[in-house]
Design a protein around this ligand. Structure first.
Ligand code: ADP
Ligand code: MG
Length: 694
């Protein structure tokens, strides 16, 4: 539809866009000229007026003009430059952590300066850190902007100025954009024309529009994006239903046998989800189901029941875990449960030698091995199945969509695709899941096995570390085990490991009667497993760990968890970590150590952790605090990337969006591809794969 227009051409066709710039734009999903138009501002800066210093409030972004009263270099641990200005109404300090000598001399007493930045409260005074500024010539004052200045999402080395320039160029061609919303939706919601919306959003005229009014105009675009997303998800679902899978109609006699052998009865929720899965497996189209169950809800057993159904029907199963540790844990559980049934579990590990592996791989190819457990090592070309009928992916958020599809492809046999079951502990509110993962069916294990005592959570400041160490001693005297999780916000694994090593050393010193183990990401796989095994078997009382233990590890005797730097962690991750305790009959507790003073959001997060252990409540609070993008873990998976819409904030639009989607499919099918193409971010291939390849 966009063919033969400038908008359809690659951005490199624009003046001044070379290879380096193209690449940076590509990182933002801007590939063609049209993409620039849909790269919408995050917010606006008001440089249309000058604020008096007396009227400034903390956290406000403002343009200020004044005269320099003094400039000084001070040293408070690090050198910085302070420049004090006044405008007749008050004083403001400009603070620079990086500065040149020339800069220092140019900021001389008596010089007039105009600066733009965020106002901060520093003690009793107001200041701006690293404002943008220009020095003013007394008899020649530059004019003010007459429109609000958009601020765009950007990437390293790409300046706002460049983005603004390119978008202005693209706007000259906005007329060529076709209207893709169905006329009925345009009429009913009284949406303005697309071109008008884009012009206003990129270039709010007159400085009269405030952010609120602009919010109203962006509604049309939000609607369109939700529509594109909805259509994309629907297409993916249709595509899956068009291919065939083996209908597994035989009785699951293995499961009947296992259920009677288990020391506990499945919960009602487990039973319900198992029957939903069984129903899917009996269909001649591939199952594509997401099972969500809070930590400890017993997802493994559900996976096993599903696996046994496939095996009872003569098919093989692949069970994928995100880490070696979890794969090994699954392998041990499965072996314990399945060996008596005569079901053969095969463990495929990245750490195995070619010789060790050959036998296992052969067994799978011969059909002697029924269920293969492993990490992405299961992907390797040497691993082949005789009759793969079901793929189970545990703790889905660590796996990319792309990997999910690759695995499905791999399992394709003749015309048949394997069924797919995805399990996640990340609590996703139902409405959100139906939209975000609308291509999958969705089940929830909304009940924990009986007999669990709730976890008590406290937040303690770092000054009370001694008390915490005393609690560890007490717990181990009672024969209980303890986790101590070291976290660092720096993504550097090296630093994180070093911190964990130091902590382990310190705790060994302070707790000489206790066996302390240490696991972190830089340990060898086998070393990590050895230590985990020792902890599981109770030979170690205290396990110091980095966040490698975040998902899935199951040690029911562990009843105390200490999490360092809790104030810097996201709610979802805290909840996952905490889920490692409270798995046995004894009362468990979780200590969140933080560095005072707490910021507002951090306080809310810790409060949420103290007041509830319900994953869904936590997910809702998390959504409120962060907005939906992050909750779905998009950074890892690239699953749902919306540019301007928020599935939570904008969910009241969903019914109308669904109506419009039906309208498009029935009456304007030629717009379908144009819509998804317009709104789909081309960041990485994952997203495209999700919508088009399946
Ligand atoms: P998750 O959902 O976090 O993966 P797991 O599958 O690891 O949870 O199960 C947690 C623990 O609960 C395991 O020790 C498991 O054997 C046990 N379990 C699972 N289902 C039940 C049940 N219905 N009754 C009692 N214990 C159960
Ligand atoms: Mg699990």
């Amino acid at each position: 539809m966009l063919a033969n227009t400038v908008l359809h051409e690659p951005v490199s066709q624009l003046r001044g866009v070379g290879a380096a710039l193209s690449e940076k734009l590509g990182k933002l999903g801007i590939v063609r000229v049209a993409d620039l138009l849909f790269h919408l501002p995050l917010r606006y800066q008001d440089r249309t007026r000058i604020y008096s210093i007396a009227s400034l409030r903390p956290e406000q972004e403002a343009l200020v003009e004044g005269e320099i009263e003094a400039t000084e270099v001070i040293n408070r641990g690090r050198t910085m430059l302070l420049c004090h200005i006044h405008d007749g109404t008050g004083l403001l300090t400009l603070r620079f952590f990086h500065f040149s000598t020339a800069q220092k001399y140019s900021l001389a007493k008596g010089v007039r300066i105009r600066c733009f930045g965020e106002v901060r409260q520093a003690g009793f005074k107001l200041e701006m850190a690293h404002p943008e500024y220009q020095l003013l010539n007394t008899n020649d004052t530059p004019p003010l902007e007459n429109t609000l200045t958009p601020t765009y999402p950007s990437t390293e080395g790409l300046q706002q100025r460049t983005l603004r320039r390119l978008i202005t160029l693209a706007l000259e061609h906005a007329d060529e954009l076709p209207e893709l919303l169905p006329p009925s939706a345009l009429r009913q919601h009284q949406f303005p024309a697309l071109r008008e919306c884009l012009q206003l959003l990129h270039n709010p005229q007159g400085g009269k529009l405030d952010n609120g009014r602009l919010g109203g105009i962006s509604t049309r675009l939000i609607f369109e994006e939700l529509l594109a997303h909805q259509l994309g998800v629907q297409q993916a679902r249709l595509a899956i239903q068009q291919v065939q899978a083996p209908a597994m109609l035989e009785e699951n006699h293995f499961w009947q046998a296992l259920r009677h052998a288990l020391p506990f009865a499945p919960t009602a929720a487990q039973t319900r989800v198992i029957s939903e899965i069984t129903h899917d497996l009996q269909q001649p189209i591939p199952m594509n189901r997401l099972v969500q169950g809070d930590v400890g809800s017993g997802k493994t057993l559900v996976a096993v029941a599903a696996a046994l159904h496939a095996i009872a029907n003569g098919f093989q199963v692949a069970l994928m875990a995100p880490t070696e540790l979890l794969a090994e844990q699954h392998y041990q559980n499965l072996q314990r449960w399945l060996e008596p049934l005569g079901v053969e579990t095969v463990f495929i590990s990245g750490g195995q030698t070619a010789r060790q592996r050959r036998r296992k791989v052969e067994n799978l190819l011969l059909g002697i091995g029924h269920i293969a457990v492993g990490t992405h090592a299961l992907f390797q070309n040497s691993v082949e199945f005789l009759q793969l009928g079901l793929i189970i992916i545990d703790e889905q958020h660590r796996f990319g969509v792309h990997q999910r599809f690759a695995l499905r492809e791999k399992g394709k046999q003749g015309e048949h695709y394997p069924h797919q079951l995805v399990m996640t502990a990340t609590p996703i509110p139902r409405t959100l899941a139906m939209t975000a993962y609308g291509d999958m069916d969705y089940s929830v294990i909304d009940e924990l096995p009986p007999g669990r005592t709730p976890i008590t959570t406290v937040a303690l400041s770092n000054e009370r570390r001694d008390e915490v160490i005393e609690r560890i001693a007490a717990a181990s005297r009672e024969g209980r085990q303890v986790y101590w999780v070291c976290t660092l916000i720096e993504e550097s694994e090296v630093l994180q490991c070093e911190a964990a090593e130091k902590t382990a050393e310190l705790l060994r010193e302070r707790l000489p009667h206790i066996q302390v183990g240490l696991v972190h990401g830089r340990l060898h796989g086998s070393e990590k497993e050895r230590i985990m095994r020792e902890f599981k078997q109770g030979e170690l009382q205290l396990l110091v760990a980095t966040t490698v233990i975040e998902v899935g590890v199951d040690v029911p005797n562990a009843s105390l968890m200490v999490i360092e730097n809790a104030e810097r962690m996201g709610l979802a991750q805290l909840h996952q970590l905490r889920g490692r305790v409270g798995r046995g009959k004894v009362a468990s507790s979780c200590v969140l150590l933080y560095q005072a003073p707490l910021g507002k959001t951090a306080r809310k997060r810790l409060d949420a952790m103290r007041t509830t252990t319900d994953g869904f409540v936590i997910a809702d609070i998390d959504l409120e605090l962060r907005g939906s993008g992050e909750v779905l873990g998009t950074r890892q998976t690239g699953d749902v990337r919306l540019k301007i819409a928020s599935l939570v904030r904008d969910q009241h639009w969903l019914p109308a969006v669904q109506t419009a989607a039906r309208d498009i499919v029935a009456n304007y099918p030629e717009r379908l591809e144009a819509l998804t193409e317009r709104w789909l971010q081309r960041v990485g291939e994952d997203t495209a794969t999700r919508f088009f390849q399946s």
